[in-house]
Design a binder for this molecule. Structure first.
Ligand SMILES: [Cu+2]
Length: 223
């Protein structure tokens, strides 16, 4: 049994060595800069690349997706995941949270819980899932369930990098919680080879209204 495993192992090594230069030359990278109507970089925008040939979609490596609750906020504020992913909602606060969503892409509820007691939630339908907490009205977060594994989120510099994209034709689009108009309106066709392709996207953002946090403690143990 041991020698069989060894042989299989060395076969894989040989295949990988042969395949490595080829696949490396076929992987491209997409760098996107997202700016708003004032020219300012947009943070928390999700940039997505959908290959025209869906056969280029490779199953992503399994990752542990986490949306924390810290200091009575969802962290991260925007979490993109590939469709079919599980997301964990650990509560790092010393108060209980009651996380829910009424979004058509995923309706769910995690009744009052502490710590890591809540089971992970499966996001099996592409779309935007708005997160809320029944106890803390100001808590809001987003899970963007992507129909492609090729996506990245912009940092405070407005930049997102999607790495290891198989060469081919892509439709690139952007989503942001405060965007005016639709994702479809941001669609751009791009060809990716083995190099780095850069693209720019302009988003018009709506003014945001945030429910003010409740100040002080009201002694109910929930605040
Ligand atoms: Cu809460």
């Amino acid at each position: 049994m041991k020698s069989f495993t060894t042989r299989v192992g060395s076969y894989f090594v040989a295949t990988l060595l042969l395949a490595a230069p080829l696949s490396a030359s076929l992987a491209g990278e997409l760098h996107a800069l997202v700016r708003d109507q004032k020219g300012q970089p947009v943070v928390d925008a999700v940039v997505l690349a959908m290959p025209t040939d869906r056969r280029l979609i490779e199953a992503p490596k399994p990752t542990r997706n986490i949306v924390d609750q810290i200091n009575k906020e969802f962290l991260p504020y925007v979490k993109p995941v590939y469709v079919g992913s599980l997301v964990h909602f650990p509560n790092k606060d010393n108060v209980r949270h009651h996380v829910y969503s009424f979004s058509p892409a995923k309706k769910f509820e995690l009744p009052l819980y502490e710590g890591a007691a809540a089971p992970p939630v499966l996001f099996d339908k592409p779309g935007v899932v708005v997160l809320g907490c029944n106890i803390h009205d100001w808590m809001i977060g987003y899970i963007y369930v992507a129909d492609t594994p090729y996506f990245a989120k912009t940092g405070s510099d407005g930049l997102a990098a999607i790495r290891a994209l198989p060469a081919g034709e892509y439709v690139v689009r952007v989503w942001h919680p405060d965007m005016e108009g639709t994702e479809q309106a941001t669609m751009k066709q791009l060809t990716l080879g083995a190099d780095v392709v850069t693209t720019e996207q302009l988003l018009s953002l709506k003014p945001t209204f945030h429910i003010p946090r409740q100040s002080g403690s009201h002694g109910a143990g929930y605040h």
